[in-house]
Design a protein around this ligand. Sequence first.
Ligand code: PLP
Length: 430
Amino acid sequence: MKTMHDTGHRDPGFDTLQVHGGQTLDCEARSCSVPIYQSASFGFRDAGHAARLFTGQEAGHIYSRMSNPTTDVLEKRVTLLEGGVGSVATASGTAAIFYAIFTIARTGDEFISSKALYGGTIHLFENVFRDMGITVHLVDINDRSEIEARMGKKTRAIFTETIGNPMNTVADLRMLSDVAHAHGIPLIVDSTVTTPYLVRPFEHGADIVVHSLTKFMGGHGLSIGGIVTDAGTFCWDTFSALAGPNPEMDGQSFIERFGDAAYITRLRSAILRDTGACLSPFNAFTFLLGIETLSLRMAKHCGNALKVAQFLDGHPGVAWVNYPGLPNHPDHERAEVYLRNGFGAIIAFGAKGGYEQAKEIIDSVRLFSHVANIGDTKSLIIHPASTTHKLLSEEQQLSSGVSPDMIRLCVGIEDINDILADLEAALGKA
Ligand SMILES: Cc1ncc(COP(=O)(O)O)c(C=O)c1O
């Protein structure tokens, strides 16, 4: 059996990378699938080898809190799919977002973020970061003047989701990276709902990409995980955590020692090492398996979602439909610019009879699973105001676009006729 590296492929396509990327067959067993290295630690050849690994003079695995061979294949695969310089996998998407910002922000620092975010992320920003003395300014992410107005000497990053969950706000990544770079700060993008199959944010100037692997990347609703990927192109010279002397590295800075990979190396060797939200090797294995079919699943998710959005758009029991693939969506044109292969799987819509009717629809569906998740092969349904966004105040809910009549769908990859029939029956009953 050959690996991708010995088949003569020079520049493999996306579908090849999602199956083979990052994997080299081990020389002994030559296991065709990526083995699960279920081991906390890895043996040193001798005392010199151990010392070189600990000082970073030689690459290799020490302890699975920092790195693990199974997780390493996942990190390399996502790096190839995104087109970056390196990645670090984490125990959850939430940990990935926390680490992406904490690698460069300190007490007293600030960052600017879209207000149209997953509720848990708003919670992280407004509670945990605030408690740590790191201030977030939530803005309308496509309003350049609002962003400029919030920019100050302590601003360390702009953060956005590619498509804001759940109102499907499509971020203008080129405008955001231009503004960020003009102020000497990076653009950090959560591409969970798009995956690299729909958009590769680095091609539009983003500097760091994060994913909740839990969703479409893994794709089957099996494991919780996240990943941070570094484009390797941002100049970190004004960020003391990366440009300042490091006593652990004989006074060298991360930039001096690791060059383009300074950010992602600090994330692993300082933040992940010292706070420990690492991904388990078994979960890395499930994500690798899921990623092998990423493009096939995403194409089906997007195709089905467009048909569901069109069906809901003309339905008498529906007050409004929000899907970026519909021409009436305020960001439809932007979606056509940024999204390469479809408009995603998330649809929000309003039940004409308000909250009471929304509850009835949710209780009436049979095929849709009523769960707090997105990005499963199965079709999913939820009422955001009373669940995922419940911890937010009414004002915060409205500012992130969550209204009492709103139902969120994540359209799965089942037969479209069965999906439509289930919705038709539930809407009819309600
Ligand atoms: C867009 C987005 N980012 C991040 C997260 C957090 O990911 P996790 O649940 O893996 O911590 C979620 C979870 O729903 C999400 O929807």
